[in-house]
Design a binder for this molecule. Structure first.
Ligand code: TYD
Length: 135
């Protein structure tokens, strides 16, 4: 049984070959939640660190469909991990209550598959507030 309280990488199917190119698919059977929305980020300057928040409810999958993204995650129990996303067929599952920081190469395009609607009230943007949930 998969542990949905921790971040993990998901390898999506890669259909095709080097002669014609590839198709990757995210669908219900290989997703840990039913997606509610998609958004994408791009043209992030290399010196910018994004993220800096956690969520009460939101689960996400981040995919670098182009370029490279370094994601550091931290759970309320103090477990920290760093993931390098650099394959268009690999996504990072980010559970609820998981702090994340991201750095992007200039050419990176990130797709985010989200489990719920955007809601600023779902964010914890204060790191000390986030840490209080581990007590
Ligand atoms: P944020 O989720 O903090 O982005 P990241 O984790 O990629 O750094 O969002 C950045 C800003 O964009 C913030 O002011 C909220 C706004 N925003 C929306 O208006 N709609 C959305 O769907 C999202 C995801 C963010």
């Amino acid at each position: 049984m998969k542990d949905y309280t921790k971040p993990f990488l998901i390898e999506f199917p890669k259909i095709g070959g080097s002669a014609l190119g590839y198709i990757s698919v995210a669908e219900n059977e290989n997703l840990p939640f039913v997606p509610k929305r998609l958004y994408w980020t791009y043209f992030t300057p290399e010196e910018v660190e994004r993220g800096g928040h956690s969520h009460y409810d939101l689960q996400q999958i981040l995919i670098a469909v182009a370029g490279r993204i370094q994601v550091t995650t931290e759970l309320v129990n103090g477990d920290k991990e760093t993931f390098l996303l650099d394959k268009p067929n690999v996504g990072l599952y980010i559970p609820k209550m998981c702090w994340r920081d991201m750095k992007y190469t200039h050419n990176a395009v990130q797709i985010c598959i989200a489990s719920i609607e955007y809601d600023e009230k779902d964010y914890i943007r204060d790191y000390s507030e986030f840490l209080k949930h581990g007590r």
